[in-house]
Design a protein around this ligand. Sequence first.
Ligand code: NDP
Length: 251
Amino acid sequence: MAKTAIITGGSRGIGEAMALKLGELGYNVVINYRSESSKVLSDNLAAKIKDQYGVDTLVVRADVSKYDDCENLVKATVDKFGDKIDVLVNNAGITNNCNFIDITKEQYEAVINTNLMSFLHMTHLVLPYMVNHSDKDNQCCIVNTSSVGGLTGVINQADYCASKSGIIGFTRAIALEFAGKGIRCNAIAPGMIMTDMLRGVNQDELNALAATIPQGFIGDVSDIAGALGYILTAPYVTGQVISPNGGFVLQ
Ligand code: NDP
């Protein structure tokens, strides 16, 4: 029977690469996005996954920082693919770049609600569709996108770092709570990866950023999709944080 995976923030960047990896691994893929401007991107990605890997896809617009929207996303998934969800990739994320005096309450709440609360909402809503069929031989997986910002401090990113280290604690606790039920939960903590999050940065700044990375270059979305592929095919790995980061956190 075909397996189903949901990815939040799957329209572009890291999420797009991970959605393709899910298709490559044979999952029917539910691609979530938030902005009207990403509808075409998401539809095109869904068509590409179908075409390339012969699996089915569903595109759902939902603001996952809101519980009601998460409910609609899960309901749309169950309506189309049935009450068995095998993989949840919590990936949607935003960032501010602001010191913690000038930042507004609205700005840091948006980061916490998008980057952390959405992971709790989606996990809470999807787990009932995992525990009903998972066991040691039929595992389900939750994979959470954290960040090196969750492993170290980053200037002007206090809200982001709070959300990303919160994800790590959440990942470990869920891994422990559901380990005996065949549900694994892991986090990926990317270092600097070339996506829209970095596209506003000019070449000089990019060079300066690359110089802060021991391996000397900014990572690619395929590095993170590769980590997802490893986690999904590693049945004894749970509660772990895999961090493709070019050595950034070793310094
Ligand atoms: P992008 O800005 O390229 O993509 C962000 C994705 O999240 C988009 O699909 C966007 O949808 C979606 N999204 C944002 N807010 C919401 C929301 N409220 N509801 C639903 N979807 C939402 O970012 P990246 O690909 O770079 O980042 C993906 C993840 O990786 C994030 O969690 C980020 O924090 C993390 N990360 C990224 C790093 C990097 O260097 N790029 C480093 C470390 C971690 P839409 O297209 O509709 O706006």
